[in-house]
Design a protein around this ligand. Structure first.
Ligand SMILES: [Zn+2]
Length: 282
C-alpha cells in the first residue's frame, strides 16, 4: 500500500493570526442584558449602537452594530484593539453563519444556551454552548486550520470540564480526491450503503482532521449556506488520504444525545463502531 508523504499543504487564508474584532453577542448597558445580533429588530440595535449602549461581553469594549450587505448581522469593536477573548478564528460571514446555525438548531429545548460562551476556568470561548439537564455541550464550527496539538488541547480542556465538544468542520475544508467507488463493493466494512446518498470516495485530510479521526472514525462537515451536513465514515487512512463512505442530510435532522451528536445515520452504525473498536484492540 503506497504511503503518501505527510505534507501539510497551505490553507493560509484561514490561519489564526488576525485579531478577532467582531462578535455575535453584546451586553446592553441600560438593562445589562446579553443580546444576540438577531434577538432584536435591526433598527432597535442600530439605535442602541448609536447611543453607545452596546459592549463586548469578553473585553468590555464598545461595540457598533453591523447590518447591511453581510448575511449575518453582528457587532464590531469600535476600537480595533485585539479583543481579549481566546480561542477563535478570524470572523468571516461564513463562520458567523455556521455558528449561528448550530446555535439555532441545538438551543431548542435546552435549559441554557448561549452564543460565544466564555468558559472562565480554561479561558475558552465556545462558538455555541448548550445545556440539557446536567449535560453540557460546546459546539464548534471550525473553518480555520489548526495543528493537531492545538485541536487536541482544546478538546481535552473541554473534556476536563465534563463538556462534550462537538465539532463541525466548515464545508470549505472538504476535499474529494474521488467520489466514486474508492472502496470495493465487496469490502467487509459494515456500513449502510443505500441511505442518505451513500457513496464511497477518497478524501484529503490535514493534520487537524487526522487528530479528530484518531479519536472518532468519522468527520462531520457543515455547509453554512445550506445547512447541509456531510458525514464521512472512515474505512482507512494512509498518509493524508482517507477512504471513507460519505453521507448527506440536513442539520435540522440532527440532535444532541448522550454527550454526542445524534444523526439520522446513528441507529445504523452499531456494526461500524464494533468494527473500529476491534481494530483498536488489536
Ligand atoms: Zn471584545
Amino acid at each position: 500500500m503506497p504511503i503518501e508523504p505527510s505534507i501539510e499543504p497551505e490553507l493560509n487564508a484561514f490561519t489564526m493570526d488576525a485579531a478577532p474584532s467582531t462578535t455575535l453577542v453584546a451586553i446592553r448597558l441600560d438593562t445589562n442584558e446579553r443580546l444576540s445580533s438577531n434577538d432584536l429588530p435591526p433598527d432597535v440595535l442600530r439605535a442602541l449602537s448609536e447611543a453607545r449602549l452596546l459592549r463586548c461581553p469578553h473585553c468590555q469594549g464598545l461595540l457598533t452594530f453591523k447590518a447591511g450587505t453581510v448575511r449575518v448581522h453582528h457587532f464590531a469593536h469600535l476600537n480595533l484593539t485585539a479583543c481579549a477573548s481566546a480561542d477563535h478564528e478570524p470572523e468571516t460571514d461564513a463562520h458567523r453563519q455556521g455558528k449561528l446555525r448550530l446555535f439555532q438548531q441545538f438551543r431548542v429545548g435546552a435549559s441554557f444556551a448561549a452564543l460565544e460562551q466564555h468558559l472562565p476556568i480554561t479561558d475558552q470561548r465556545a462558538d455555541a454552548f448548550v445545556q440539557f439537564d446536567t449535560q453540557r455541550y460546546a459546539l464548534e464550527f471550525q473553518q480555520a486550520n489548526n495543528t493537531a496539538e492545538h485541536w487536541l488541547e482544546r478538546h481535552h480542556l473541554y473534556r476536563q470540564q465534563n463538556i462534550a465538544d462537538v465539532w463541525f468542520l466548515g464545508k470549505i475544508r472538504y476535499q474529494e480526491h474521488t467520489s466514486t467507488a474508492a472502496i470495493s463493493s465487496f469490502d467487509p466494512l459494515p456500513v449502510p450503503r443505500d441511505v442518505f446518498g451513500a457513496v464511497s470516495g477518497a478524501f484529503r485530510m490535514r493534520e487537524m482532521e487526522k487528530a479528530m479521526l484518531s479519536l472518532n472514525p468519522q468527520l462531520r462537515y457543515l455547509d453554512p449556506d445550506t445547512g447541509e451536513v456531510t458525514l464521512l465514515l472512515m474505512r482507512d487512512l494512509h498518509g493524508n488520504t482517507l477512504r471513507a463512505y460519505r453521507y448527506q442530510f440536513p442539520l435540522t435532522a440532527c440532535e444532541l444525545r448522550l454527550g454526542d451528536l445524534y444523526t439520522p445515520l446513528e441507529p445504523l452504525l452499531d456494526d461500524f463502531y464494533a468494527y473500529h473498536n476491534r481494530r483498536k484492540e488489536r
